[in-house]
Design a protein around this ligand. Sequence first.
Ligand code: 2RA
Length: 334
Amino acid sequence: KKYNVAIVGATGAVGQELIRILHLRSFPLEKLTLLASKRSAGKTIETEHGNFIVEEFSVDKFQGQDFVFFATSGSHSLEFAPKAAEAGAVVIDNSSAFRLDDNVPLVVPEVNPQAALTHQGIIANPNCSTIQMVVALNPIHQVSPIKRIVVSTYQAVSGAGQEGISELNTQLGEVLEGKSPKIEYFTKQIAFNVIPHIDVFQENGYTKEEMKMVNETWKIMGDPNIRISATCVRVPVVRAHSEAISIETADYIGEQKAREIFSQAKDIEVIDHRENGGYPTPLDASETMVTYVGRIREDISCENGLALWCVADQLWKGAALNAVQIAELLVSEN
Ligand code: 2RA
């Protein structure tokens, strides 16, 4: 069987990667429809799998679709994802609009695949920084419940879309030419800098990005008792998010057992050698489909503690790949 697939927001950073991933994974496509704003209609998206023409978004284009991937804003998904579901499509939404909705499964196929099968038309794709963390931590959680997570993220500028990428590139050039860089998208200069602020500040002093890592992890791993604190930082990297993670487990695991658990886990690649270059970096992870784990060691600051370093391509595993893997899950169930 082949499937009619539409991508809403096809010209965005994630939208374009959805086109690539669908082809790279030979998803059984009957017809691929690319939808974007009136301004983008008629544009050609060039990929290594061919060039694709973008059509203007309209609700009637949901008719006959088997899957509709949303890669636009939360407000756009909120308004139009239900209409795509009403038209009979399965919606896989990359925005935060429905992630914490009790009637919408929030799915990472390596962690809670069964949740995808409970969908009522819409399935939410988690936030990129959450996805790679739960892929890495769930195998440990299955051996001994994780009681606490402290995570600092080092998030690529492409997480902020095309604007983030162009702001970094422009600023780097301006600074290297001795000019004062223009700051248009980020809150402060990102070139040769880091910014501890992604999304809006909440009452409790955390940002929305940081609370996404808390609330989404609880839902995906099905355990709201895990104590989680996150600090999400934007760094001058184009693609792939990195995370320094410290956890406490109920029982002692130790680094050797932890390394074994990661090595045997699905879609995790361990790069963990205590020598120059013996750890994964964003340049290693970019345009790959696995979640990398390294720097595995006992956390010496607590009992039953483990510390690790986790890197993944946030446009692929953190967004487009995870979304397509959800569709693959449903197709394999048919
Ligand atoms: C970011 N995770 O990195 C957010 C949204 N993609 O900006």
